[in-house]
Design a protein around this ligand. Structure first.
Ligand SMILES: *Cc1c(COP(=O)(O)O)cnc(C)c1O
Length: 418
């Protein structure tokens, strides 16, 4: 008797799924060889039922853990009510989400997008339009940072400071100049009469988990104010509570003119946003200047609204501030134990361990031992756990990583431990 295709799919094992994926999907990722099926809290399960402690959280997206019942219920309710309407009409979740996002960020105006890259695109357009309205010219320049990452669409890619991501796709959008993060002189060197914006991540993510220093941020902000240059802070990865502040810049009080957010914003539903001050909003994008079919639809915005509500009711920022020092301590202990770890850096629950070698082998071993980690560049392991991670979860991670490092790295002098 022939099996129905549904039955055949049910009986496929993990390897067969992986083979099918490699036949059907464009090969733009070298994926780890597991098929993930479900999640619970800070754990993921693959098709064979193997459990993984997740320190990736979908690249910092599932901030409140998997299978959060309140979040899931809110989405289900909205699915039954209204999923999409287009931006020609108002919808209540978008209004509520925008109000909450304004309150959390201190910014004045919100434009919802479907992804981080689209938020960056909008930010760049707003900055160019602002400059255009001042002098009517169209040759304005933007300063971006080396090693930055802002996304894969053309505008976002043009301000991404990694040559290998841009190279094959040239020409980029024009008039982008690159400076070095935390090097004010390098920024000053790139400023001209045409500079309309400076864009950077408050904490570089993909580039290796590198926080912008407080003095640098303040000097950039002062320069921007002096010359009416717009400061664009990309908070797509470091925002939404990850550093213990709702947005990382709030730690320093260096408020951007335009800000981008995404990743954890919708807790898994694809949604991003760019926000701006009233000053920029009044003199940049107007009716007809920008749009999106899906952006800010009721389903995505119900997710945003619920995430922002849960951040409050579950005291997420307080929890991050309490657990982050513990994560730092555990990572520092590993650094003291193994010579192959050169440095720990990061802010809050966005941490990186810098190694003296490529970290691929360590990440592979961790996966075999039930721990999901990702890199940030070749030599850095990046830690982006769910924001509701417990100290016990951190201990579990540190134990597994310790056993992986024991196999890969030589230990330092045991008596020399701090
Ligand atoms: C992930 C990321 C982006 C791009 O977001 P997508 O949703 O993947 O388009 C942009 N900027 C930063 C800092 C990011 O981490």
């Amino acid at each position: 008797m022939r099996k129905s295709s549904a039955e055949m799919v049910e009986n496929m094992n993990m390897q067969e799924y992986i083979e099918e994926a490699e036949q059907a999907l464009l090969h733009t990722y070298n994926r780890y060889q597991i098929v993930l099926e479900r999640g619970e809290g800070v754990y993921l399960y693959d098709l064979e039922g193997i459990k993984y402690l997740d320190f990736v959280s979908g690249i910092g997206v599932f901030a409140l853990g998997y299978h959060n019942k309140e979040y899931s219920e809110a989405l289900k309710t909205q699915i039954d009510r209204l999923i999409h309407t287009s931006n020609y009409y108002y919808n209540i979740p978008a209004i509520n989400a925008a109000k909450k996002l304004k309150a959390a960020s201190g910014m004045d105006r919100v434009f919802f997008t479907n992804s981080g890259a689209e938020a960056v695109e909008g930010a760049i357009k707003a900055a160019r339009k602002y400059a255009f309205l001042k002098d009517g010219s169209t040759d304005h320049e933007i300063i971006a940072m080396n090693h930055s990452f802002h996304g894969r669409t053309f505008g976002a890619l043009s301000v991404t400071g990694t040559e290998k991501y841009r190279g094959p796709f040239e020409p980029m959008i024009g008039n982008i100049r690159f400076a070095d993060l935390n090097d004010m002189e390098s920024v000053r060197k790139q400023v001209t009469d045409k500079t309309c914006a400076i864009i950077m991540e408050t904490v570089q993510g993909e580039g290796g988990v590198i926080p912008a220093e407080e003095t640098f941020l303040k000097e950039v902000k002062a320069l921007c104010q002096e010359r009416d240059i717009l400061l664009i802070l990309d908070e797509i990865q470091c925002g939404m509570g990850r550093t213990g502040y709702f947005y990382a810049w709030q730690r320093y009080g260096v408020k951007p003119d335009i800000m981008t957010t995404a990743k954890a914003l919708g807790g898994g539903v694809p949604v991003g946003a760019f926000l701006m001050t009233e000053k920029v909003a009044e003199r940049s994008l107007g009716a007809g200047d920008h749009g999106t079919t899906y952006g800010g639809n009721p389903l995505a915005c119900a997710a945003v609204e619920k995430m922002l509500e849960l951040f409050e009711t579950q005291s997420v920022l307080e929890h991050v501030r309490e657990t982050a020092p513990y994560l730092e301590k555990c990572l520092d202990q590993l650094k003291d134990r193994y010579d192959c770890i050169l440095e720990r850096r990061g802010l809050g629950l966005m941490q990186g361990l810098v190694f003296d070698r490529p970290v691929g082998e360590i990440i592979d071993r961790a996966l075999e031992e039930g721990l999901l980690l990702i890199n940030a560049g070749q030599n850095v392991i990046r830690f982006l756990p769910s924001l509701v991670i417990s100290k016990a979860n951190i201990d579990e991670m540190a134990d597994i990583l310790d056993s992986c490092l024991e196999q890969v790295c030589t230990q330092g002098d045991p008596d020399g431990q701090a």
